[in-house]
Design a protein around this ligand. Sequence first.
Ligand SMILES: [Mg+2]
Length: 215
Amino acid sequence: MRKKHIYIDLDDVVSKTTDTYPRIVEQEFGKQVGFEQIVTFDLRASFGLTENEFHYFFDLIHQPDFLLGFEPVEGSVEALKEWAGEGHCIEIVTGRPTSALEVSLEWMEKHKVPFDSFTMVDKYNRPGNDPGLAISKEALSQRTYDLAVEDSREMALFLANTMGVTVALYDRPWNARPITHEKVVRCASWQNIGQQMPGIGKAREPASAVRVSSS
Ligand SMILES: [Mg+2]
């Protein structure tokens, strides 16, 4: 099997990030918004925050101690270890602000996330990024990946359309709107990614092909 270069997003793919937000929003602003109600990637809109509230919230959720406290997404570390063990190249590509570089690397070490490269990309045109630490989406598009795992609908379409990459789109409430693209495959879990991506991970029987013995 040829070695594959696999793009792996960090937040909400490997790190359970947004799961922690409803509690913060309730604590800081007294608003009750459940995880399933986070139906847009724009957190201002999902949580009904004013511009000032959002800036306060954004700073809070990017504090090093807060980022370090995230749990890994179920099955993510195990799957990445399996792929790395099979000789594939694990390339973490995150849109986190560049101020989060060190703590992100520390988090991956803490949870023993295997990776060959770590890239910060200005995925969302955020102000304040250090251009010496984050590359542009255009620079990203010059790279070659065999597969990507993302939860951002916008990035999934960029990877599929501009870069021709097959994308496992990790099911999240904010990407639930139907998406029809031959290179974008919806996946409900890490186990499901392993099942749907041929040539990655152990050869598994697709769920639809499970035999039911007749009695
Ligand atoms: Mg993400």
